[in-house]
Design a binder for this molecule. Structure first.
Ligand code: PEP
Ligand code: MG
Length: 898
């Protein structure tokens, strides 16, 4: 039997279901499921994603497809008692794309397909409404020409505007049937002029042209860009749903709308959406006419409204998740055209998940999986300072929360160009999918038109980017690159601030404040913590960062980069003096200056992290970051150090390195200048003993950087252990501590068994490990790596998401070798990857004990670790974990006793 490529839905003959999303796409599966559970949908059929894959691979359709489509069309004709391409009652269809993952605005929809000069007249006669028939016809010609024939919609809009102007009317609905008939002819003439061919009259040609266009649209740059940003595979392909048309533009008892079963911005449980009376299809989403709030439908179309409420409730219960619905009312009859999981802001995702647990709809574990770790980022980002004195230009729709300040740009290409280097806010009358690259690069998006479900709003929310939409008071003058609000004119390059939580557009750059976590956030994170097994620490170098991270739930410090402590004030001079010292005695003087500063730093950090482990990494500066640059700086330093500038310059030159990232850094410094290791160990142990006396519980873990041989670690550890014993003796006190190493060079990973003989823990420095595995400088990679990702040579930037095949392999190898020596060797990660959700999943599966990331990423990593645990097939743990500090201490004691 030939493979099946077409599935019918509706009219009691549904063949698909919600579980066939991969084959039928989200839309096709949703339509099938709605039909199955009794929600009214117009009947139709779906061509599978398999056809798209075959078509894109071979350039032709598989055998049997045309026959299957024809037979489905005939079933549709029977079900609707209409005829495709003729008869007194012509069958019109919509053709829509739908991949397994929803891709808003990425793919194109065609409505009213099947209309031509003959069927339009038949439709006018049948409905007794020529205006309606020709309104549908001109829309079809425009949409089809735009999507299939590549004649930009703007040119049709111009003709439409011209006609409205000539008639002296404002709304499309005020044009007569004759106007629309003539306009359709003008549209078709435009198509002939632009394409050199007549607009296709045969509905079969129209249908196959549309199917073709949908499949091809899978490959457009904007679809590809969306997939790349959302990590959707290029291999999935899209389905095509062909659905019998229902009409929202059949008069005042008709309409169309979109609604969410819960507020997608705040998560509040209330129907949220917009609708337009006597309008069709994309009018609401396109933001062309200002729609009514969905509540207004209760008065305009009360019967259909009640039915819609019931359908919305049914669908939310059935899917056990907030739904994003599209519907049309035709002469009082309701039809649902789409249901899909509602895209939502991070704030909304948390509230919905927590409230659904309280409503008994989902379990806490499901709630944890309902919130994407990266979504938390939005909540952890600053908001406009409520106490700031602000000049509010206008207040519009709070389409996507957060705050964004930047210089105004009007052109998406310019936003894309400038955005990576400086903050810009993209200001547009309305956005369309062509603007996507500019929206990605901008800090925030402001539109003059459109509602909460406009393209700008939907896409910005999906990206977690601040957006204020529908600012009707804005008078745009894109030609002169400016807009005005009242008597204020804002030019390109001027600063504005958007407040996506209140919809305020503010003149200038406004201070922001940290958000306070909500109760819902706390509850969700408690469930996440109960589910995860991977610990989450933070990378922090100051008491303040440590305190912030602790508030975000960090279970210790995984990396304190001590060289960062030396960048402040005149400390840098003492470091320079230490590095450039001519002999041991001079170095000892410089080192002695640094000791009290370091000790005070460590005391502050230990206090902030009372009861939690603190991993302090010994000095690892690439030398060029510390040495003075240029003669002026050298002279200045010479004056401070009371040295001869020329002599000093030659010392600086002696330290010059061709590639400082691979040079005299990490433990190589400590090996050359043991006094530095000595001083740092002394500062750590004195600080530990001091604060322990105050009653603080300290758990120092001393980490040796950039080790490539076991001998380097052995020698550095010898110094640390020796200093510890001396300080403990002098102070008559002891502190439990560990000494471990970073694994950040391939040689270290490959000889991890030998290294483990001297280490009490490993921490992967995946930044350097990526750099050295690829042989790719982390500072220079940015110049060409994006083109590697764009061109598909690499799936991701390996400095952001771990390269599992290469670097990941080294992580697994080193862990196995290390644990072969000490079965319970504690292993963590402190490179940037510790805060990247996909990398965190890998670290969980690789059996690591913890990840460490920047303070603001800590909740993201906690949630990512919970996702990894909940998705782990070998998962057994169901009990609650012990409180953080007790666990950390128990772990510390266990390792120390080893
Ligand atoms: C690393 O290399 O991953 C690391 C954490 O160290 P740094 O970034 O300081 O080199
Ligand atoms: Mg490193």
């Amino acid at each position: 039997m030939a493979e099946r490529y077409v599935y019918f839905f509706g009219a009691g003959q549904t063949e698909g279901s919600k579980d066939m999303k991969e084959l039928l796409g989200g839309k096709g599966a949703g339509l099938a499921e709605m039909a199955r559970i009794g929600v009214p949908v117009p009947p139709g059929f779906t061509i599978t994603t398999e056809v798209c894959r075959l078509y894109l691979r071979a350039g032709t359709y598989p055998d049997g497809l045309r026959e299957q489509v024809q037979s489905a069309l005939e079933r549709l004709e029977t079900a609707t008692r209409k005829t495709f391409g003729g008869g007194a009652s012509p069958l019109l269809v919509s053709v829509r794309s739908g991949a397994a993952f929803s891709m808003p605005g990425m793919m194109d929809t065609i409505l009213n397909l099947g209309l031509n000069d003959t069927t339009a007249e038949a439709m006018a006669a049948e409905s007794g409404d020529a205006r309606f028939a020709f309104d549908s016809y001109r829309r079809f010609v425009q949409m089809y020409a735009d999507v299939v024939l590549g004649v930009h919609a703007d040119q049709f809009e111009r003709l439409l505007e011209g006609r409205k102007h000539a008639r002296g009317v404002r709304e499309d609905t005020e044009l007569s049937a004759n106007d629309l008939r003539e306009l359709t002819a003008e549209f078709k003439a435009l198509v002939r002029e632009k394409t050199g061919k007549d607009f296709p009259e045969d509905p079969q040609d129209q249908l196959w042209g549309a199917i073709h266009a949908v499949f091809n649209s899978w490959q457009t740059p904007r679809a590809r860009a969306y997939r790349r940003i959302n990590n959707i595979s290029d291999d999935l392909g899209t389905a095509v749903s062909v659905c019998s048309m229902v009409f929202g533009n059949m008069g005042d008892d008709s309409g169309t709308g979109v609604a969410f079963t819960r507020d997608p911005s705040t998560g509040e449980k209330r129907l949220y959406g917009e609708f337009l009376v006597n309008a069709q299809g994309e009018d609401v989403v396109a933001g062309i006419r200002d729609p009514l709030h969905i509540d207004g439908m209760a008065q305009a179309l009360p019967g259909a409204y009640e039915e819609f409420l019931e359908a919305a409730r049914l669908l939310e219960d059935h899917y056990r998740d907030a739904q994003d619905l599209e519907f049309t009312v035709e002469k009082g009859h309701l039809y649902l055209l789409q249901t899909r999981s509602a895209k939502r802001t991070g704030r909304a995702a948390i509230r919905m998940a927590v409230e659904m647990v309280d409503e008994g709809l989902i379990t806490p574990e499901e709630a944890v999986l309902r919130v994407e770790p990266d979504q938390l980022d939005q909540l952890l980002h600053p908001m406009v300072d409520p106490d700031a004195n602000v000049h509010v230009l206008t207040t519009a729709l709070p389409a996507s929360p957060g705050a964004a300040s930047g210089q105004v740009v009007f052109n998406p290409d310019e936003a894309a160009e400038r955005g990576p280097h400086e903050p810009v806010v993209l200001v547009r009358r309305e956005t369309s999918p062509e603007d996507f690259h500019g929206m990605v690069a901008a800090q925030g998006i402001l539109t003059g038109r459109g509602g909460m479900t406009s393209h700008a709003a939907v896409v910005a929310r999906g990206m977690g980017k601040c957006c204020v939409a529908g600012a009707g008071e804005l008078v745009m003058d894109e030609g002169r690159r400016r807009f005005t609000v009242g008597d204020v004119t804002v030019h390109e390059g001027d600063w504005i601030t958007l407040d996506g939580s209140t919809g305020r557009v503010i003149l200038g750059k406004v201070p922001t404040v940290e958000p306070e976590p909500t109760d819902d956030f706390r509850r969700l994170m408690e469930w996440a913590d109960a589910a995860r097994t991977l610990r989450v620490r933070t990378n922090a170098d100051t008491p303040n960062d440590s305190a912030v991270a602790r508030r975000f739930g960090a279970e210790g410090i995984g990396l304190c980069r001590t060289e960062h402590m030396f960048f402040e004030g005149d400390r840098i001079d003492a470091v320079r003096e230490m590095i450039l010292a001519e002999h041991g005695a001079a170095r000892a003087i410089a080192v002695a200056k640094l000791l009290p500063m370091q000790r005070a730093d460590f005391e502050g950090i230990f206090r902030a992290m009372d009861g939690l482990p603190v991993t302090i990494r010994l000095l690892d500066p690439p030398l060029h970051e510390f040495l003075p640059h240029g003669m002026a700086e050298i002279k200045d330093l010479a004056r401070k150090l009371k040295q001869n500038p020329d002599k000093l310059r030659s010392r600086v030159e002696a330290h010059h390195e061709a590639n400082p990232m691979l040079g005299h850094r990490g433990c190589r410094l400590g090996i050359s200048y043991p006094d530095i290791t000595w001083m740092q160990a002394q500062a750590i142990f004195e600080a530990a003993v001091n604060v322990q006396k105050e009653g603080v519980r300290v758990c120092p873990e001393i980490m040796i950087p950039l080790v490539s041989t076991a001998e380097e670690l052995r020698r550095q550890r010898e110094i640390v252990d020796h200093v510890a014993e001396e300080i403990f003796y002098q102070c008559d006190a002891r502190v439990d501590y560990l000494v471990g190493t970073m694994i950040e060079l391939p040689r270290a990973a490959l000889t991890a068994d030998r290294i483990a003989a001297h280490a009490q823990f490993f921490s992967f420095g995946t930044n350097d490990l990526t750099q050295t595995t690829f042989g790719l400088s982390r500072d220079d990679a940015g110049r060409f790596l994006p083109s590697y990702v764009e061109g598909g040579i690499l799936p991701d930037d390996p400095f952001q998401t771990l390269d599992i095949d290469g670097v990941g392999h080294l992580v697994q190898t080193a862990t196995r070798l290390g644990r072969g020596v000490h079965a319970d060797l504690k292993v963590g990660v402190c490179g940037e990857h510790g805060g990247d959700p996909r990398s965190v999943e890998f670290f969980h599966n690789a059996g690591l004990n913890y990840v460490s990331c920047s303070p603001y990423r800590v909740p993201v990593a906690r949630l990512a670790a919970a996702h990894a645990a909940l998705k782990d097939p070998s998962r057994t743990r169901t009990s609650e974990p012990a409180p953080v500090s007790d666990r950390a201490l128990a772990e510390q004691e266990a390792v120390a006793a080893d």
